[in-house]
Design a protein around this ligand. Sequence first.
Ligand code: ADP
Ligand code: MG
Length: 864
Amino acid sequence: MIIGIDLGTTHSAIAVQGQATLTPGFDGTYLPCDVTAIPTPYGERTVPSVLWVDPDDATKVLVGIDAVQKAEDGVSPIMFSKRSIGSDELLAIHGHRLTATQVATHILAHLKQIAEQALGEPVYRAVITHPAYFTPAQVEQTRQAAVDAGFDMSLPEQMLMEPAAAALAYLHGDARDPLTVLTYDLGGGTFDVTILERRQGVTSLKAFEGDHLLGGYNFDRRLVEWIVRKAEAGGRKVAHDPDNPQDRGLWARLMLLAENVKLRLSEQHTAQVPVPVRVQNLLVDTQGRPFQLNERITRAEFTALIADHLETTVECCRRAIAKAGITAADLDLILMVGGSTYGPWVGEALQAAFDGVPVESFEQDLSVAAGAAIRAGALPRTPPAGKGIRVMLDVPTKWSLESIDIVGSVAADDGQRLDEALRGRLRVLLTTPDRGTMPAQMLAGDGGFRFAEVELDLDEPTEFRLVIADDQGLERFSTRFQVAYGEDVGGGAQIYRSLPRQLSVKTAEGLVPLAQEGAQLPAQVDITLRRLHADASLSVPIYMEEIDVGAVRVNDLPTDSGEGGTVTLDLTVTEEGQIKGSAKVATRGGEVIATQRVRITFPPMVIPSLNELREKYDELEAQRAQDAATAQDRVRRLALTGAVRNLGAQIATLFEELQPDRQEIHARLREFERSVHPPADDMSPTRAVFVERAESCRASIAKLDNHPSARHFSGQLDQILRDGEAAYADRNRRRWAQVNHNLEALIQRLPKESGGPAPELPVTPLLKDMFRHDVDRQRELLDGERDRHAQHPDYDGVFASRYDALDGALLRMEKDIDEVSDDLPPPQGLARLQLATRGLDQMPRRIRDVVSDVGSAVKGRGGP
Ligand code: ADP
Ligand code: MG
C-alpha cells in the first residue's frame, strides 16, 4: 500500500487513493477527489507535528496530540521543526538535542504506524509533500527522514511540491478548461502562492511566490506581543530570558493560549464581538511578581494586528500574477488552502484586494495530503517480487488516447541491474482478452521493455496480463492490471513540473542559470569553465536565487591538461528539482581527455546566535544611516531613508519579541544586507540594458499611432519603468529579474511593425513545423550514431532494439505533432505540442547512453 503524506509545519495529514475500508474505530473522510483521509485513533483529521522526548530515555517519544498535551502541562515540546530542516539548528528538549530531520523521522514513523493500523496492512511507500521554496538540500533531508522512518523512497516522484498536490486534489473536481487558478496556501509557518493553468487538458504551474517564514505562527506571535504590551501598560516590565528552557516553556504555553484566542476569534460571526484573553501565572515581572491579565480583543482589533502580514500575502499574489503574465481578471478562482485560511480575515483581505474574483476553499487541512495520495495512486506499480526478479510497471490506470504504450522494466531482487545472462533468457508476454498474446519481447540492456500502441477497449477497462518467463517457458512472474479509457481530468502525470526558484552556479563570469524560475523541468545546460590552475579538483558554488546553497565539485582532474584547458559541466535539473551531471575535461586544444562524475553537495544552513545577529544588525544599521546622509545618488538616498530604513525598523521589532525567532531575523537580515551593501553592479541585466530595451519598446509603441491598444501598452510600459526603478534602487534582484521579464513579455506582445497586429505566438501550423524541426534534429543525430554502430557484432542482438526504441519514440512524437489540429489557437497548440514532444529534451542523453554502452561493449571485448 502507498500513502500520501502532508508533512506540515504545524499539522501533518495522511490519505490514500480510493474509498478505503478502514479498521473499525477509524472514521475516515472520503473526499470528492476519490481519496480517503486517514484520521488518528483519537478521531482527529490531522496530527500536530509536535514531538516530546522522555527526559530519561531518548528512544521514548510522543508525537501529535499527546505531545501537545505535554505543553499544556508546562513542558516545551518540539514544535515547528520543519522550519529548521536543512539548517544546523539543533532542537532541544530535556537536554536531548535533535536535528529537524530526526524530528521529521519520528513524526513520519508515527504517521506510518497510524496508517498501518487504520488500513490493516503494511505501508511500504509514501508520497511526501514539501513546500515549493524548499532547497534541493531540504527536499533531500525530508526524503532521508522518510527512509529513516522505514519507507522505501526509491522513486523520484515520491517527493511532491505542496502547491502541486493541492492543485491535483482540487482539479480533480473542476472540469473547466481553460482554467486559471491561484492557490493561496497559508499554513502554520509558511506561505506559498502558485498560479496554474489548464489548457486543452494540460496543466502547468506558471508562477510561484511566497514567504517561507510567514504563517499562523506569526499571527500568534503578534497576539503574544499584544499581551505583553497590555501587561506592561501598567509600568511593570515582563521578565523573560529566551535562552532559559523554563521561560521557553512558558512562552510555548503563551503561544498556545494566543492560538486558542485566534481560533475563537475566527469563529465569531461579526468582527465586533470581543473574546476574553486571560493570562494567569504565565508571565512574571522583573521582581518575580506574576501578572494576572484579564483582557478582551475583537476580531477587528486582531485583524488590525496582523494587517501588514495580510498585505504581504496580497503583494505576493500580485507578484505571482505579474510573473504569470496575466491580470487578476484572468483568474477563474483563488483557491485557499492551509489552516490559516480558516480565519475569516484572510478571505476578506483577498476579496477586498481582488474584487470580482471568486475566492473559494477546498478541504483546507486535507487537500495537500489528498493530492499526495492521488500521486501515490499513479506511481509505477511494484508488484511483489517474482523469483529472483523485480518488475516495475509504468502504466496509468486511466488513459485518454485510444492506444497506450505498456512500459516497464525488470531488475534483480535487490533493485540492481539484472545479470546479463539472466536478462538474455527472459521474455515478456502481454495478453489481453480480445487480442490474445502479443509477440514476446526481450529485455533491453537496462532491463526495459515496451509494447507500443496497444489498443484499449473503449467501453470498459482493458484487462491485461503480463508474464515474464524464461527461455524454458518457465513462468518467473505474472501480474494482472487494468487500464480504463477516458479523460483523467488533471490526472497525476499531467501536471508539468517547473522550477519555483532560479538555480544558478557562480562562475568567473557571474551567475549562470541552470534553469530559470518557472522553467519546465527537466532542464539541461552545458557550462564551460576555463582552467586557470592545474588543480586536481574544482568547486563551483550553487545559488538558489541570491542565496548560496551548495556546490558542484569535480575531483581527480587530470593535472597535465591544467592551465588553459577547459572543464565542461553538463548539468541537469531533474523533474524532481535535483541537480545531476557530469564533467568533460578537455585540453587547451579542445581534445576531451576525461569524463568525470560531479558531486553535488548541500552543506547545512548555519543560523547565527542571537548575539551575532544583533551585532550584525547594529553594524548594518550604522552603515545605512551613514550612507543615507552621504549618498550622492538621489534615488539611492531615497531608498536608504525609505524602504531600506523600514526594513531595518521591522528587524528591530523582531529582536524586541519575547522569544525572538532567529531564522526569521537571519533571513530578513540577509535582505537588509543586500540593500545596504548592494553588490557592485552585478544586477543582471544591467540598468543600461534595461533602459535601452524600454526605450526601443517605447519607440515601437509610438509607431502604433492610433492603434487601439497603444494606450494600453504605453500604460504597461510606464508601470514596468516604475517597478524597474524601485527594484534597482533597492537592489532587489528578484524583482529586477521579474521586471525585465515583464518588459520582454510586453515587447513580445507588441504588434509587429509591418502589417496589422500579429498574434503573440506563430500560428499553430507554423508551431508544428518548428516542433517537427526539433524532432528531425534528434533523428539525424540518432541515425548518424546508428550508422556508425551497424557494423558492431552486438548490433542485431542488443543495440538494434535500443535504437529502435528511440526511433519509435521519435516516430510517435512526429505522429502526435501531426495530429495536433491546425485550427487550434496558438497557446493551446503550443501546449498540445509540448505534450506531444515530452521527453524530447531527454533524447540527446538517451542517445548518448546507448553510444556509451556500445563503447563499453567494444572495450569489453578488446575492440571490434
Ligand atoms: P502547516 O501546513 O504549516 O502545517 P496548517 O495548514 O495545518 O499548517 O495550518 C496551521 C495553522 O492554521 C495554525 O497556525 C493554526 O493556528 C491555523 N488555524 C487552524 N484553524 C484555524 C482557524 N479556524 N482560524 C484561523 N487559523 C486557524
Ligand atoms: Mg500545509
